[in-house]
Write a protein that binds this ligand. Structure first.
Ligand SMILES: [Zn+2]
Length: 498
């Protein structure tokens, strides 16, 4: 995979998009080889931000200072409960969606508890195959994993196993089991440890981690309660272990994006009312080489997403908010893979995580003193016209942002020391430095005609005439100065030795 900087990659992406499609902003840059997605179950934005502001969630805060983020993402329009929203997150479809695009998994109970458990799957429920991020990752020969802390997540393991997963028709046949490792335990700490250990040995290109802590405490004690806050603090600790994993493991460092979102928030001890802002207002944070530090995701995506304010836009609105259901296609975009078949959320993978690398870059003539009009105008971007005798100003434009460049006129050199030179005294130490202006220093000095008084000499580098004159009298000579471009000047001097 590429070791180019994300800015370079973004630049190339911009260049291509500018050339090929008339200025579409770049999508996620696709620098990372690994994507870790984290779902904070019940992690409402306002609760998280309050604790960040109190200094209680340093690792949540790290996403905001070092990553691209918003606290104003939305979950599914129709359903604000866990399992349907996670199906949305991995399939890139709304729950009901519009015009039959939904994945249609509306139940929030553990399907494995059903007597018909052996036949349950997302596709059996919909009556058609529902592809997922796991399908695309796996079918392209990459490793996928799901680490979950609620037993109902068996839905995914069961929907994408050897019995229910689709045939792999992409490249080599990697089999129908789309999730390489599935771990399920109610113990978030041990799930984290298990994940960290697995990533250190054989990393997953794509992994989804689910933390139930906030949701469990919210139902028991209320969203915003001390128990709920403590649960988010615990999740912050798990996030810290994952940051530590990525930053201390050479194979992952600089090659891993972490995406954090939630399935829903909550109010009181519930979150099922889809019209309640505290239920539908969730974070979406991205940290890693593809994400611009401290950037607002809506600010980065002014033409393709719209900040919904406090509203809850339906899927039919032209201006769509950033949604948790974009995680699947965002992850695939980062990994350089095309979107989930049949998905509708970020299907074109146009969510940008960093600013367009819009600067042109001045060429090597920028800032120089030149004898003629500059020719090395731009290293990147298109140069504006340059004409005239100088000084010259031009710009390099790449994607709309101009970089200003300039060059000054190279003047011819001139010797500024006046003649006659200060007199010397015979057999006495003498030193006078000649000086020059213009041209392009450093200068080279020489006697071009005549002779210095015997005993004195001219230093060709420093322009200093020095020594002890041995005879009295007046000498006449011409000094030549040459700059690095070969331009020269001469001046006649007389020097009397007394
Ligand atoms: Zn819940």
């Amino acid at each position: 995979m590429s070791t180019r900087t994300s800015l370079t990659r973004a630049f190339i992406s911009l260049l291509c998009s500018t050339l090929l499609s008339g200025g579409v902003p770049p999508a996620a840059a696709g620098e990372a080889q690994y994507v870790i997605e984290i779902s904070v179950d019940g992690g409402g934005s306002s609760y998280i931000q309050s604790l960040i502001d109190l200094g209680d969630l340093p690792n949540f805060k790290r996403f905001q200072t070092q990553g691209a983020w918003t606290n104003n993402a939305r979950n599914d329009y129709d359903v604000t409960v866990t399992l349907p929203n996670h199906v949305t997150m991995v399939t890139g479809r709304g729950v009901k969606g519009v015009a039959g695009t939904g994945h249609m998994w509306t139940s929030n109970t553990d399907p494995s508890a059903d007597p018909a458990a052996l036949t349950y799957s997302i596709q059996n429920n919909k009556g058609a195959y529902v592809s997922s991020v796991f399908d695309v990752v796996h079918d392209n020969g990459l490793r996928s994993a799901l680490y979950a802390t609620k037993s109902k997540f068996s839905l995914f393991d069961h929907s994408y196993n050897n019995g229910n997963g689709a045939p792999d028709n992409t490249g080599p046949d990697n089999g129908p089991n789309k999730i390489d490792v599935y771990v399920n335990s109610a113990d978030s700490s041990s799930v984290t440890d298990s994940f960290v250990a697995a990533m250190k040995s054989t990393p997953f290109n794509y992994a989804l981690l689910h933390y139930t802590d906030g949701d469990t405490a919210g139902h028991a004690s209320g969203w915003g309660s001390a128990a709920y806050n403590n649960a988010l603090v615990a999740v912050d600790g798990y996030l810290g272990r994952i940051f530590e994993l990525v930053t201390s493991t050479p194979a992952l460092q600089g090659k891993t994006d972490i995406i954090l979102t939630a399935d829903h928030g909550g109010k009181g001890t519930d979150h099922s009312l889809n019209s309640e802002p505290l239920n539908y207002t969730i974070p979406l944070y991205v940290w890693g080489p593809d994400a611009e530090a401290g950037a607002d995701l809506y600010g980065l995506n002014p033409s393709v997403r719209a900040d919904p304010g406090s509203s809850r836009p339906p899927y039919t609105d032209t201006a769509q908010p950033i949604r948790n259901g974009e995680m699947a296609n965002l992850a695939l975009d980062i990994l350089g893979l095309s979107g989930v078949p049949g998905s509708t959320l970020d299907q074109t993978q146009d969510l940008a995580l960093a600013s367009p690398f819009a600067n042109g870059e001045c060429g090597s003539d920028n800032g120089k003193a030149l004898p003629a009009a500059p020719v090395n105008l731009c290293n990147a971007g298109v140069a504006s016209a340059v004409s005239g005798a100088g000084p010259w100003n031009w710009s390099c434009t790449n994607g709309g942002v101009k970089v200003a460049c300039s060059a000054t006129v190279l003047t011819t050199p001139a010797i500024t020391t006046a003649s006659p030179l200060p007199p010397a005294t015979r057999k006495t130490a003498y030193a006078v430095a000649l000086s020059a202006t213009g041209g392009l220093p450093p200068y080279t000095w020489a006697i071009s005609s005549g002779k210095l008084p015997p005993g004195l000499s001219l230093n060709g580098t420093t322009g200093v005439i020095s020594g002890k004159a041995s005879k009295t009298g007046t000498a006449g000579f011409t000094v030549k100065v040459t700059d690095t471009t070969g331009a020269m000047a001469t001046r006649a001097f007389s020097l009397t030795v007394r």
